[in-house]
Design a protein around this ligand. Sequence first.
Ligand code: ATP
Length: 323
Amino acid sequence: MTVNTTVTVRVPAKVNLQLAVGPGREDGFHDLVNVFHAVSLFDEVTVKEARSRRPSPPGGGGSVVAELTAGGGLGSHLSRVPLDASNLAARAAVLVAERTGKGFPVTVHLDKNIPVAGGMAGGSADAAAALVACDRLWGAGLSREALLDCAAELGSDVPFALVGSTAVGTGRGEVLSPMASPGRFRWVFALSPHGLSTARVFREYDRIRPDAPPPSLDPALAGALALGDPATVGAALTNDLQEAALSLLPELERTLGTGRGAGALGALVSGSGPTCAFLVGGGPEDAAVVAEREASVVAALEGSGLCEQVVTAHGDVPGAVVL
Ligand code: ATP
């Protein structure tokens, strides 16, 4: 039997097609109805047996993570990735070792293309990838249910990064039910030069909406997804956190307006922001029409001077996969 000494896992970003946020709970979380849609912006997480088995440096991620490095095409975003024990990928490795009693020192490399602190769950994606990679490298043999359980312990968005496709998350977002795949949609994402802390956006939401009703799945979105019609889906995109994100970063209103003005079928702040997502077509539409609309939205956003980077992707795509 060949023993792997390196495992690489590819994991997608998410955009929320609906994010309905209820009132704050006593445990500090909010009840959510979160329609997740996985898109083809990927991080790759590589875990490798560490050459030296000397103890890890303080803050290096516990006894199993010897070194953590990050690279990728994100410009200034990369400097926001912590390379210590607080990194979600390091926490995932430690959790697998604790749960299974298996594990030897590894180096973890993150090849990042998912915006950092951008509302696309990049840290959660890396955590999901590290769970799968460490389980495989160490031969830990965690079941799918056990992996999902570890994922939920690490964060509300982590289970979806394992599963991918399109799914509705309830509870604090971690209880997943798959939704029918809406077919292939094309997306444009406007990355902001700024990050937004998820906790800060929720605090702003609580300030603006002290009497939020319990969240529920929007039947208009569910119907639109079942139809697979991009214009109907675009019109049904909603995010309860958008108002709070716009209150903290008002320039996002102009970013959204720019994409809409250039022909996007729908536009919203992704999750807690500040990345803005534009649905530009797909499903049964003619590919040339979609490509033209996409090019127009990309050009308008790039010319606006509002974005650090503009990237395109499609969805939905599967969750974490071993390469
Ligand atoms: P979400 O959409 O889940 O609220 P986000 O996409 O807005 O999250 P992340 O990219 O997950 O934000 O990062 C949020 C913070 O988590 C970062 O500012 C960073 O300090 C920390 N973090 C921990 N691990 C990672 C990681 N592997 N990649 C990126 N950020 C990480």
